[in-house]
Design a protein around this ligand. Structure first.
Ligand SMILES: *Cc1c(COP(=O)(O)O)cnc(C)c1O
Length: 401
């Protein structure tokens, strides 16, 4: 790779894109790629969706930014619509996932402070979690590779093994403010939390007087086939606070923190803020994304395609038992846990064949097609994966990786 003026914090593929249309991207050299990355679960409605483009262009000619010193009608409208379609009573807008998580952490701590329990400020998180790259969110995620070299981790996070109920119960103490969990671990390897466990977490939090925070930055806004992933577990599993981002702006930087009236009790004028958060451009696009997702039948179609993806991946797993250990994920965040080969090697091979895919922790090939993907494109993507595995098995390339 050539060196550039960019701080080299990413291991980028040597590939850049000129334009996009739906599930397809066109590279600067004219080659077309089927996009099963979607900008890491962001471009839920694909590229250059006409309704989103129209909303952004229309707003761009009016007003871009005013700051939160003033009312922003698009914010009030989007917040109301999100509240009408979720457990929440209030929404705070930020610009990214990590900021949405930071808002969630601050809201949880402030709740206990405002309710006379300022000693409750610690948050329990889970091994394999990913909550962002700010100082607090790397401490929350607890991954050594993200923390190393950045000084003492921000205090106040206690991590327990994923799925270890006894360790979780033992970790709750007098200083615990909340439990924070991704309903499906995204970066950590597409590991869904069983629905009954989300219900159990809700009960546990109520028993112990602590708050439940879901980090739905990746799972939220339709990725699993419902607007929010925790909805699969029913009304017994609703959180007090939830962060979301990625798909909520369809590619325009936007994050949001959802809060119940009770949990938000400490958040008053001056408690928190963001210069850009929820600016008119972001709100125009956010409202347009929601227009599309709330259309009748939108999620029926997503779930239909997700089932076909699951079936296709199951067939690939059956045919290549030497390379695939099992299926992972939910909805349109699914993948294959690989063995004997690095997921990184596989995505390079897929890219050669014109399919963009991602990796997740635990050596998982992660597929995140846009929610609007058509059946023909899905089938095409699955064929490319199947062919790539067949070729890898044939050439024994896995031995070399
Ligand atoms: C991507 C992600 C984040 C961080 O989002 P950024 O926009 O990169 O700050 C936080 N939590 C989860 C679950 C994520 O998938």
């Amino acid at each position: 790779m050539t060196t550039t003026a960019l701080l080299p914090t990413y291991a980028r593929a040597d590939l850049a894109f000129e334009s996009g249309d739906g599930a397809w991207l066109v590279a600067t050299d004219g080659r077309r790629y089927l996009d099963f990355v979607s900008g890491i679960a962001v471009c839920a409605l694909g590229h250059a969706h006409p309704h989103l483009v129209a909303a952004l262009v229309a707003q761009a000619g009016k007003v871009w930014h005013t700051s939160n010193m003033f009312r922003i009608p698009g914010q009030e409208r989007l917040a109301q619509r999100l509240v009408d379609n979720s457990f929440a009573d209030h929404v705070f807008f930020a610009n990214s996932g990590a900021e949405a998580v930071e808002a969630a952490i601050k809201t949880a701590r402030k709740y206990h402070y405002a309710s006379g329990n300022p000693q409750r400020w610690r948050i329990i998180t889970f091994e394999g979690a990913f909550h962002g790259r700010t100082l607090a969110t790397i401490a929350a995620g607890g991954q050594a590779k993200h923390l190393e070299g950045f000084g003492p981790p921000v205090p106040g996070f206690d991590q327990v093994p994923f799925g270890d109920h006894e360790a979780l119960k033992a970790a709750i103490g007098d200083e615990t403010a909340a439990i924070m969990i991704e309903p499906v671990q995204g970066e950590g390897g597409l590991r869904p939390v069983p629905e009954r466990c989300l219900v159990g977490l809700r009960q546990l939090c109520d028993e112990r007087g602590i708050l439940l925070i879901y980090d739905e930055v990746q799972t939220g806004m339709g990725r699993t086939g419902k607007l929010f992933a925790h909805e699969w577990a029913g009304p017994q599993a609703t959180p007090d606070i939830m962060s979301t981002a990625k798909a909520i702006g369809g590619g325009f930087p936007l994050g949001a923190c959802f809060v119940t009236a009770r949990a938000g009790v400490g958040m008053v004028a001056g408690s928190h803020g963001s210069t850009y958060g929820g600016n008119p451009l972001a709100m125009a696009v956010g409202n347009a994304v929601l227009d599309v997702m709330l259309e009748p039948g939108f999620f029926d179609r997503v779930n239909d395609v997700a089932n076909k993806l699951a079936q296709g991946l199951a067939m690939i797993a059956d045919q290549h038992p030497d390379l695939v250990e099992g299926l992972r994920g939910k909805g349109l965040m699914q993948g294959l846990k690989l063995k004997g080969i690095e997921a990184r090697t596989v995505i390079g091979q897929l890219r050669e064949r014109g399919l963009l895919a991602a990796v997740a922790g635990d050596n998982v090939l992660r597929l995140l097609p846009p929610l609007i993907i058509g059946e023909d494109d899905l089938r095409h993507g699955l064929e490319l994966i199947d062919r790539t595995f067949a070729e890898l098995a044939r050439t024994g390339l896995q031995a070399a990786s």
